[in-house]
Design a protein around this ligand. Structure first.
Ligand code: SAM
Ligand code: SF4
Length: 415
């Protein structure tokens, strides 16, 4: 979401004749876009600001702005010695003007800003496109609804205009974004309707989406995913916990059984669907037995990959008031145990691909001169450096590097 927002802010700035420079020493304006979901992300912002002290001393006229969720979570940042502007998520239009005329400001937000008329550019062939902002769920651990406020869905016409522009500029994968993307609703159109409309854009090769909430899945979503080959059969569906007691306290609105039924249905309709998840360990009141329920669920769900976090207390959320916070040492231990089990599953899922022939779209440069590719079901595959970005290849998986399958090119897909 922040990557998309950064592109959107870049678009706003370029419209006002700002010019981008490739190294910070040449800049007159510096923008840090930030995340407040966990304490660690917030700490990184403070570290980054400290590292800018030298630059600010050498060049006092440089203007430094803190954008994003930390700007709203910690408005005190306006008193930080290097900070000139603090601009929360709904304030960017005012920020663009403020930096031209003012010296220091906590930039005021517009109510439920949508930035719907701002169309980003395709700086890469694989791009994001935000279709909703905010969230109405109020999961008890999560700060997002307080900082990004209520869910609003972007008008379908603007989504299509931006998607067409991105494809015309060379994008061939678009990932539709929302904190809870499947809750999209605009004038009678639901999320699967938007998926279908965007998938019809000529020239688009892969259409992905993030993040889905298990309690908001539209009835026909999996049918649409299964039917239209351009739509990625990739589902990022956060589980958060495998204990019904913890899920209830998290206010997630589904049970472990509901969740397992959903992924079973997805796999019935799309046998090659890739399913990834988010899991939090050490939520307040989580007992060893609750945690074992999570391990049990992870073993039966067999996720292709999981993003696993220790619970991080966020002031202002309901869970921060729960009296039975779990000790850091226990959270750490549970996180390591969970990661160990999921890593084994991730590896064995990757090994299932050995020897398989797959169609892969090259999306970006990877490490060591390799290229990064993506399959029609959202699996990341490493490709040799000769693969051209934006091209589709038929490849053969010949080895697994860590958990990542590595492919040999057989031929270009449409030759
Ligand atoms: N909207 C998505 C959903 O409902 O699952 C996820 C959005 S959230 C920004 C991304 C992930 O961060 C969540 O799925 C959750 O696992 C994690 N997260 C959010 N708040 C957290 C907290 N207080 N401590 C640890 N992890 C947290
Ligand atoms: Fe946070 Fe996602 Fe829950 Fe919304 S649905 S409150 S963004 S975890």
């Amino acid at each position: 979401m922040n990557k998309y927002d950064s592109e959107m802010i870049r678009t706003l700035l370029l419209k006002e004749n700002f010019r981008e420079v490739s190294n910070i020493e040449e800049a007159n304006f510096v923008f840090l876009n930030t995340c407040a979901v966990r304490k660690n992300a917030e700490k990184r912002v403070l570290g980054r600001l400290d590292s800018l002290k030298g630059l600010k001393k050498e060049k006092p006229e440089i203007s430094i702005s803190v954008l994003g969720c930390v700007a709203k979570y910690n408005k005190e940042l306006i008193n930080h010695p290097v900070v000139d502007f603090v601009a929360p998520p709904d304030s960017y239009r005012s920020l663009v003007n403020a930096i031209k005329t003012k010296k220091k400001e906590l930039v005021p937000e517009k109510y439920c800003e949508q930035y719907s008329d701002i169309f980003t550019s395709a700086f890469k062939t694989s791009v994001y496109l935000s279709i909703t902002r905010g969230c109405n769920h109020f999961c008890s651990y999560c700060i997002v609804p307080y900082l990004r406020t209520q869910l609003r869905s972007r008008p379908a016409d603007d989504i299509l205009k931006e998607a067409e522009k991105l494809v015309a500029e060379g994008a061939n994968e678009i990932t539709l974004l929302g904190q809870n993307v499947n809750a999209y609703y605009y004038k009678g159109l639901l999320f699967p309707d938007i998926l279908k409309k965007v998938s019809e854009i000529k020239g688009l090769k892969l259409l992905s989406f993030l993040t889905s909430h298990p309690a908001d899945l539209p009835e026909n979503l999996f049918y649409v995913m299964a039917k239209f080959p351009i739509i990625s059969r990739y589902l990022h569906l956060p589980l958060q916990s495998g204990s019904d007691k913890v899920l209830r306290k998290m206010m997630r609105r589904y049970t472990r059984e509901d969740y397992l039924k959903i992924i079973e249905r997805a796999r019935d309709l799309m046998p090659d669907v890739t399913i990834t998840t988010d899991i939090i360990v050490g939520f307040p009141g989580e007992t060893e037995e609750d945690f074992r329920q999570t391990l049990k669920t992870v073993k039966s769900a067999r996720f292709d990959q999981a993003y696993m976090f220790a619970y991080s207390k966020r002031e202002g959320t309901l869970a921060s008031l729960f009296p039975t916070q779990v000790k850091d040492s226990i959270k750490k231990d549970r996180l390591q145990r969970l990661i160990k089990i999921q890593n084994e599953i991730t590896k064995s899922k990757a090994e299932e691909l050995l020897g398989k022939e797959l169609s892969v779209l090259t999306i970006e440069n990877g490490k060591n001169g390799q290229k990064v590719g993506k399959t029609k079901n959202g699996r990341i595959i490493m490709l040799p450096g000769v693969a051209k970005i934006g091209f589709e290849y038929i490849i053969n998986i010949y080895k697994i590097n860590g958990w990542v399958p590595v492919g040999k090119i057989k031929k270009e897909a449409d030759k």
